[in-house]
Write a protein that binds this ligand. Structure first.
Ligand SMILES: NC(=O)c1ccc[n+]([C@@H]2O[C@H](COP(=O)([O-])OP(=O)(O)OC[C@H]3O[C@@H](n4cnc5c(N)ncnc54)[C@H](OP(=O)(O)O)[C@@H]3O)[C@@H](O)[C@H]2O)c1
Length: 242
């Protein structure tokens, strides 16, 4: 990303010590932003991302918070604001467990909802309070959010609800803060698994995404015309269409 469209804006990316969140954090830094790295448990990985962002010449901070704990989610942005105001919030942290209806316990259900839905809600509310002069929110969704099925049941419902909340927030936070969603498809295989060829069979584009495709989509939504709000862009190779 050679143009610096986010120069001197500070963006919080949740769950950015590793994997997709890390890709987003580095993309923001390459677009000129200062970046707040949030992590839950990946302390060492967060420090590596901090070093990479510093190497790009941007300011960066690390904040740890367990987003399954509502008091930690509530306190995160006020803590960050002691160091920096925020221009952008990217809600990327999530859990994704392959649970069928039969396998779901109350605790597993609650954990998915608290990390994948309640935390983005609490963070969005706190973000809006400190973004009086405007800002951006991008919620990271999944193609399943708009095509809910029975696999990964609590994850899918949490993301479908986050898609609905993206639209409600776009109305509630207008005209100050455009709120949009990025619905991802086959980006990275689960951290404990290989690239299952079966997944690609159902993707019209017949391949996994390239990292720069999700980077470009995120930077677009962080810099797009303000009149685009409540929109959900799929970066899934057409998976939601079949
Ligand atoms: N990977 C894909 O192909 C794909 C496809 C569709 C959608 N997505 C979406 O993209 C986003 C990132 O996906 P991913 O594959 O990178 O996810 P991932 O590997 O499961 O990583 C999850 C991230 O969320 C954080 N997290 C999980 N539980 C947390 C908690 N209790 N408190 C704080 N942070 C917590 C983790 O941070 P720590 O390790 O620091 O705890 C980690 O950075 C998610 O919203 C996911 O739904 C990904």
């Amino acid at each position: 990303m050679s143009d610096l469209r986010l120069m001197d804006k500070c963006i919080l990316v949740t769950g950015s010590a590793r994997r997709v969140g890390r890709i987003f954090a580095l993309a923001c830094a390459r677009a000129g932003a200062d970046v707040v790295i949030h992590h839950g448990h990946s302390d060492t990985e967060a420090e590596k991302v901090r070093d990479e962002i510093k190497g790009l010449g941007r300011n960066t901070w690390i904040f740890k918070a367990d987003l399954s704990d509502s008091s930690q989610a509530l306190g995160l942005i006020p803590r960050i604001n002691e160091s920096t105001p925020l221009h952008g919030l990217v809600n990327s942290a999530a859990i994704f467990e392959p649970l069928s209806l039969e396998q779901i316990t109350f605790e597993k259900w609650e954990r998915h909802i608290s990390i994948n839905l309640t935390a983005p809600f609490l963070l969005s509310q706190a973000f809006a309070r400190q973004a009086q002069e405007g800002g951006r929110i991008v919620n990271i969704l999944d193609w399943r959010a708009l095509r809910p099925g029975a696999d990964h049941f609590p994850y899918t419902i949490s993301k479908a609800s986050l898609a609905a909340m993206t639209k409600s927030l776009a109305v509630a936070l207008a005209p100050n803060i455009p709120v949009n969603g990025l619905a991802l498809g086959a980006i990275l295989p689960p951290s404990d698994g290989a690239r299952n060829p079966e997944i690609i069979k159902n993707v019209p584009m017949k391949r996994w995404a390239n990292e720069n495709e999700i980077e470009q989509a995120l930077i677009f939504l962080l810099t797009s015309p303000e009149y685009i709000t409540g929109e959900i862009i799929h970066v899934d190779g057409g998976r939601h269409l079949v």
